[in-house]
Design a protein around this ligand. Structure first.
Ligand code: ZN
Length: 424
């Protein structure tokens, strides 16, 4: 009898120990999860919302590329004047530096994968932010300066085990409900030209035909597929012009908002080649596209523009100079004999993120709070007054409003866009 009671006591003690261990494990897991979350994550409760999001990716554009661009243009590039900024970690699951496929997948899906994968991991397709946006009735556009089948544009709209599977990527692009797709064509896209033009989707192969299709109210969707050399860094046929066309179409076919992805694709190419003049040209063209987006966002009042890069290319290091004039001269006489580019491949250096936001809600709130300006904010016609209000309320503290850590992971780009743009 006494032995039975002892057994019962022992068993109860055992159960208590097991329960305590389970509790400790659960608490430890929760704490680790929370720490990990705080470490890399963005605040899911920031509550900042935008009708439209423009994600701009400078392929291979590190901090030193921007520093060189600042010297060259004798002014800070547009993105460096944005209100919110910080650093992005770019590593993929493959040791060493990431490639554009894995980095674009991280930004498009919020999941780290191996180099070469296009919105794809462990035998499975990963749903992209562009697909989620389209599911919610948002319009989606993708603009690049290299082939539309290349890694960065592909990772937002298609799924492939290898970035080299261009034939599958091309047919997935043509089957995609994407609203605007501008970039260079290739043999895989030209093979599908008969399938691109439909009742409401236009196939355009020149800047002029793209401009015409943007104006044509019968056309809802545009594939603008250009030849190498058509997109120039200066003049009328630029990335900035393609971007303006994309913005016009996306905003005119629907009032429900959009996601636009714009890639300055050849900053990377020039940096692989350690070709400073070419890099600066591509960077200037990308910068002009950023300015076009900022202007549009300011006019629209409900848009976030986020500029970042997928990785750094070339290990660029701008040498120290005694004066900015010396730096400018050295940049023009560039021969890479004293530093500058230090490799011909990608590096794992952090890249930047730069955010410009306009929020009519925040503006209204700010107007209500201050209410000492005498500005009339309600107007049956809207836009003109909004512009006036925007001019007066440049001092809105988007840093506090958006509450983003100063260092984030590339997967957080997905998380931020999801929070800003989507309701789910
Ligand atoms: Zn590259």
């Amino acid at each position: 009898m006494a032995k039975g009671v002892d057994n019962l006591k022992q068993r109860r003690t055992l159960w208590i120990i097991v329960a305590v261990i389970v509790c400790i494990t659960l608490v430890a897991a929760a704490v680790l999860f929370a720490l990990n979350y705080v470490d890399s994550g963005v605040d899911p409760e920031s509550g900042f919302k935008a009708k439209n999001v423009i994600l701009m990716i400078g392929d291979g554009m590190g901090f030193e590329h921007i520093a060189a661009g600042n010297i060259y243009s004798a002014a800070r590039l547009q993105m460096e004047r944005f209100a919110v900024s910080g650093e992005v970690m770019t590593r993929s699951l493959t040791p060493g530096a990431t490639d554009s496929a894995a980095a674009a997948t991280a930004m498009a899906t919020g999941v780290k994968t191996y180099n070469g994968r296009i919105a794809y991991k462990d035998g499975k397709a990963l749903e992209t932010i562009a697909e989620m946006a389209m599911d919610e009735g948002k319009k989606v556009g993708v603009v690049a300066t290299k082939a539309v089948t290349d890694a960065t544009p592909a990772a937002f709209l298609t799924h492939a085990k290898s970035r080299n599977d261009a034939e599958s990527i091309a047919s997935q692009l043509v089957a995609s409900p994407v609203d605007v797709l501008f970039g260079l064509t290739d043999e895989y896209m030209t093979a599908m030209y008969d399938d691109i033009a439909t009742d409401n989707r236009a196939l355009c192969t020149s800047f002029q035909s793209i401009a015409d299709a943007v104006q044509d109210s019968e056309v809802d969707k545009i594939f603008g597929l250009l030849e190498d050399g058509d997109i120039q860094n200066y003049g009328a046929n630029t990335l900035a012009q393609l971007t303006r066309n994309a913005l016009s179409k996306l905003s005119s076919v629907s009032d429900d908002g959009f996601l636009l992805v714009v890639e300055g694709s050849k900053i990377d190419t020039a940096s692989h080649d350690n070709d400073m003049a070419a890099m600066l040209g591509e960077l200037q063209a990308f910068n002009a596209a950023i300015s076009a987006c900022k202007e549009w966002a300011d006019m629209n009042g409900e848009t976030v523009v986020i500029v970042t890069a997928d990785h750094e290319t070339g290990g660029l290091k701008v040498p120290e100079f005694a004066s900015s004039a010396d730096a400018y001269d050295a940049l023009l006489d560039y021969d890479n004999s004293n530093g500058w580019f230090t490799r011909t491949s990608h590096s794992s250096a952090n890249v930047g993120y730069y955010i410009h936001a306009t929020s009519s809600e925040a503006i209204m709130r700010s107007v209500e709070l201050t209410d000492r300006t005498g500005v009339t904010v309600t107007d049956a016609d809207g836009n003109a007054v909004m512009t006036e209000v925007l001019d007066k309320y440049q001092e809105i503290d988007y840093n506090t409003l958006m509450d983003i850590p100063s260092e984030i992971d590339n997967t957080d780009i997905f998380e931020l866009i999801r929070q800003w743009l989507l309701t789910e």
